[in-house]
Design a protein around this ligand. Structure first.
Ligand code: HEC
Ligand code: HEC
Length: 318
């Protein structure tokens, strides 16, 4: 009996020691590094249409995080990232070769946006992965980033690197991983298929599903519609002052979702933040002002096809 206790004690001690070493390793090390396997990216000549479309996609998807209050893409502190994960500044992505993204080749940009791995091998866990963006949308964004748009003009502003907390580092050493670079082409949705365009916008391009499903930790990034509670809201996040805010149910449930909204009410809310009743929508639900009519209608058409989930959500007033 005594011997068994002793063995148990030794094992327990050993496990504790492993935990302490593991914890110290994570605490004192940076975020994990990865091998950079830059793909063969097709050379292309950007025309003004590609740059303009890339700029529009950037405004819809990237501006919120990268545009400083002065209108330049020099990065900024992101107060909305919960502090338990650490302190996060977005990068300066102007064409400055030292503090901006001027040294990135087109292929390196494609690799970063698809996988989350920077050209020096660092993984950036706090930027969404753009591994569902279609090849043409990705190419347009790259064409824009390489253009001579004034907001991208080289600007030497240095932003601090991400300061991940212990929890942030732990997650990056365990569940938060880069995505594989896609091996097959990602085509645009079939022209004329409204629901397919809507699904692409919700799951792939505008990432509505990740904020509007119940928890960032349970997202199914390969097949978004298989996420538990897909689009039924309840995901807790923070506004710019760090106050809690919770996303809402976008499924067609009549009582707790958008079942009683009209298409016009939905499009107005999406573009301007004005809701049919009650106060306006708050950050981080920023108005998608740059959506075309076709895109806004397609999102509505798709949302009507998803399974209704009854999930009442209390609005938090700050
Ligand atoms: C949720 C906020 C967020 C969004 C949205 C976002 N980014 Fe980022 N981005 C970041 C953060 C944070 C970093 C990394 C900063 C660091 O590691 O120090 C980053 C880094 C980058 C870098 C790397 C710069 C470098 O010097 O290594 C590029 C390029 C970039 N982002 C482009 C984009 C593009 C293009 C989009 C839209 C398709 C986008 N980002 C959307 C937050 C965001
Ligand atoms: C960064 C996270 C985020 C993203 C991305 C996002 N939303 Fe939201 N959304 C929210 C939050 C948070 C609220 C609640 C805002 C409030 O209470 O003021 C909200 C509210 C809404 C509402 C209001 C619903 C109601 O019952 O009042 C609609 C409609 C909506 N979002 C649609 C969308 C669509 C469509 C997309 C994609 C094009 C999208 N959202 C992308 C976070 C997000």
């Amino acid at each position: 009996m005594k011997k068994a206790l002793k063995v148990f004690g030794i094992m327990l001690g050993f496990i504790l020691l492993l935990l302490i070493i593991g914890g110290a390793y994570i605490e004192f090390n940076d975020l994990p590094k990865y091998k950079v396997e830059v793909p063969d990216y097709p050379e292309f000549v950007a025309d003004s249409h590609m740059v303009a479309e890339g700029k529009r996609t950037f405004a819809l998807v990237c501006n919120n995080c990268h545009m400083a209050p002065n209108g330049k893409l020099e990065g900024k502190y992101l107060p909305e990232i919960p502090s338990m994960f650490g302190k996060v500044w977005s990068a300066n992505i102007t064409n400055d070769p030292v503090n901006g993204a001027g040294q990135y080749s087109e292929a390196e940009l494609a690799y970063l946006l698809r996988t989350g791995i920077q050209r020096d091998g660092d993984f950036i866990p706090f930027m969404p992965l753009f591994n569902h963006l279609t090849d043409s949308d990705l190419q347009n964004v790259i064409a824009y980033l390489k253009s001579d748009a004034p907001e991208l003009a080289g600007n030497g502003k240095a932003q601090p690197r991400v300061q991940a907390s212990f929890l942030g580092k732990l997650l990056c050493n365990t569940i938060l991983k880069p995505a594989p670079y896609p091996l097959t082409p990602i085509p645009d949705p079939t022209p004329g298929d409204e629901v397919a365009l809507g699904k692409y916008l919700v799951d792939g391009k505008l990432d509505c599903y990740s904020c509007h499903s119940p928890d960032f930790m349970t997202l199914n990034k390969d097949e978004p519609e298989k996420t538990p509670g897909y689009l039924s809201g309840g995901n807790k996040m923070q506004d710019v002052e760090g106050h809690p805010i919770v996303s809402r149910n976008l499924t067609p449930d009549r009582e707790t979702g958008l079942g009683n909204w009209t298409e016009d009410q939905f499009i107005l809310a999406l573009r301007t933040g004005i809701r049919p009743a009650g106060p306006a929508l708050r950050f981080p639900m920023t108005p998608f002002t740059q959506l075309t009519d076709e895109e806004a209608k397609a999102i509505w058409a798709y949302l009507k096809t998803v399974p209704a989930i009854h999930n009442p959500i209390e609005r938090i007033d700050n």
